[in-house]
Design a protein around this ligand. Structure first.
Ligand SMILES: NC(=O)c1ccc[n+]([C@@H]2O[C@H](COP(=O)([O-])OP(=O)(O)OC[C@H]3O[C@@H](n4cnc5c(N)ncnc54)[C@H](OP(=O)(O)O)[C@@H]3O)[C@@H](O)[C@H]2O)c1
Length: 331
């Protein structure tokens, strides 16, 4: 097998594509031949030692992948050799093969494409849990999605639209806004034009007839967080998803008081760990939504697994629209 190995977490340049012995699965494990893996923002942080989870060295990055089970550990009964699965393990995906805990592998129903499956769980589960569970989004409400052309952003647009909401998609370029509109956003706000210090709030007011958005989905943080929260509707919910811009914003507590609004934290991984049954039910709903055509991951590009450094560079430069997928050429 081959894998991108991180022996020193000082950034992407230190990763090496190495030949390694193919391991045999132990108890509770399966060996997966990886067809495709997708890039998520934490993959960028983990190789720089900036992510909250710091795996022991050396490790293979790649949090999310899909492939075929090639061998099962002695006590594994729920998965069979030859079964297509998707898996989110935190590490191991940027490789041709990996060992995965059987309990973390999700068998794929017939009709679930492996490239789509590799780009699905993290973003759709996060956005579904955020909007419908934590945000209690109702049909007819207006959602503002920041970073709307990114991985979780594109999933949030589709999920909010399917829930009957009106979506305002905000992103940093005209091309990103156009993509958001193509996948269902009702209105767009280009924050390279309407900046935090300029017309951002006026434009948001105009797009919501003065009411402000009921739900704000924020995976970006940074300087837009405060003006967005200032614009929220009465009884609004501000969903804290992440801080792709870098700085973690500090928000004045008088703002939620004045709007009777809530600032709501979202941590899908912890929800999945603490509430596994609720998470499993949500994943079943999402898979059905995929098979019925309501949810389709937006794939920016499919690159060979060997081009991982180029994929990382595009994500770091904010050039990705939707998801980047790395594929092994054996499939
Ligand atoms: N809470 C949870 O459970 C959970 C789960 C998954 C992901 N997340 C978090 O959600 C965030 C987005 O993840 P993702 O996988 O969707 O990432 P992504 O595809 O790279 O999207 C992030 C978006 O953030 C915007 N952005 C603004 N400043 C940026 C910068 N300096 N560098 C990179 N992007 C910047 C970009 O949009 P514009 O150019 O349009 O601004 C980009 O499209 C991350 O912080 C991640 O850790 C949280």
């Amino acid at each position: 097998m081959h894998a991108w190995l991180c022996e020193n977490p000082v950034g992407v340049d230190a990763l090496t594509w190495k030949a390694l012995p193919t391991p045999a699965p132990g108890p509770g494990e399966v060996l997966v031949e990886i067809a495709a893996a997708s890039l998520n923002f934490p993959d960028l942080l983990i190789v720089q030692n900036k992510y909250q989870f710091k795996p022991p060295l050396p490790f293979v990055p790649g949090s999310e992948f899909a492939g075929i089970v090639r061998a099962v550990g002695p006590d594994v009964t729920q998965l069979q050799v030859g079964q297509p699965i998707a898996c989110l393990t935190g590490t191991g995906g940027f490789a041709t093969h990996t060992l995965a805990p059987a309990e973390r592998c999700i068998p794929l129903p017939p009709g679930f494409d492996l490239t789509d499956a590799a780009a699905f769980i993290m973003t759709y589960a996060t956005s579904h849990h955020a909007l419908l569970d934590r945000g209690a989004l109702r049909a007819g409400e207006t959602v503002l999605v920041l970073g709307a052309a990114g991985g979780v952003g594109t999933a949030a647009i589709q999920i909010a639209k399917h829930a009957g909401a009106r979506v305002i998609a905000a992103a940093s370029s005209a091309a990103k806004c156009a993509l958001a509109q193509r996948i269902g956003a009702d209105a767009t706000l280009d924050y390279s034009v309407h900046t935090a210090s300029g017309s951002f709030r006026d434009e948001l007011k105009r797009l919501t007839d003065g009411r402000g958005p009921d739900v704000i989905y924020d995976p970006v943080g940074g300087e837009l967080a405060e003006p967005a929260l200032r614009s929220i509707a009465w009884r609004g919910r501000y969903l804290v998803i992440g801080f792709a811009a870098g700085p973690i914003p500090s928000l004045p507590l008088n703002l939620p008081l004045l709007k009777g609004a809530s600032i709501v934290g979202v941590f899908w991984g912890e929800f999945a760990r603490r509430e596994p049954q609720a998470n499993a039910a949500m994943l079943r709903t999402l898979a059905q939504g995929y098979l019925q055509g309501h949810y389709r991951p937006v794939i920016d590009a499919v690159l060979p697994m060997t081009e991982l450094p180029q994929a990382y560079a595009r994500m770091a430069a904010r050039q990705v629209m939707g998801k980047l997928v790395l594929r092994n050429d054996t499939h």
